[in-house]
Design a binder for this molecule. Structure first.
Ligand code: FES
Length: 140
C-alpha cells in the first residue's frame, strides 16, 4: 500500500465513522418503545393514575402518546391509532371540533376508528388493540 492508497482508505474509513452515529440513530428509532409491535412483544403499558393521562378520565377524552393517539371511547373502552398517515407518513392530529383525524400535509381525513374518509390516503390508520385491567392500559 502506497501513501496515496493509505490516505484514500483513511478518508473512506473516516467518512464512515462520521456517518455511523447518524446511521445508528435513525436505526434506533425502529426500537422506539412507544411503537406497539405485538409481533415482537413490544406492547405498551400505561398507568392511568399518571397525571399525563388525565385526559383519558372522561369518555371522549384523548391523549397523544409517542406515535399514537389514544381515545377513550366508552366507560372501559379505548382505542389507539398510529399518528402516521398512510399516504406519505405525516403525523395526523385529532380535530375535536369536527371529530375527524385530518392529515395536515395533503388533506387526507380519517375517522376516529382510523378509517379513511377522504383521500389521497388509500389505507386506514394502523389501529392497536387496547386492553384495560384495573388502572392499566396495555396497547398491543
Ligand atoms: S401524508 Fe397525509 S395526506 Fe399525504
Amino acid at each position: 500500500m502506497d501513501r496515496i492508497d493509505f490516505l484514500r482508505k483513511l478518508a473512506v474509513g473516516g467518512s464512515f465513522l462520521l456517518a455511523g452515529p447518524t446511521f445508528m440513530a435513525s436505526c434506533s428509532k425502529d426500537g422506539d418503545t412507544t411503537d406497539p409491535d405485538p409481533g415482537n412483544g413490544n406492547d405498551i403499558t400505561i398507568d392511568l393514575t399518571d397525571s399525563s393521562f388525565d385526559d383519558l378520565d372522561t369518555v371522549g377524552g384523548y391523549v397523544y402518546y409517542g406515535s399514537m393517539i389514544i381515545f377513550r371511547t366508552g366507560n372501559d373502552s379505548y382505542r389507539a391509532l398510529s399518528k402516521k398517515c398512510t399516504h406519505q407518513g405525516c403525523d395526523v392530529t385529532y380535530d375535536h371540533s369536527s371529530g375527524d383525524v385530518p392529515c395536515p400535509c395533503h388533506g387526507s381525513v380519517y375517522s376516529t376508528s382510523g378509517v379513511v374518509t377522504n383521500g389521497p390516503a388509500m389505507s386506514n390508520l394502523t389501529s392497536y388493540s387496547v386492553v384495560k385491567s384495573g388502572n392499566t392500559l396495555t396497547i398491543k
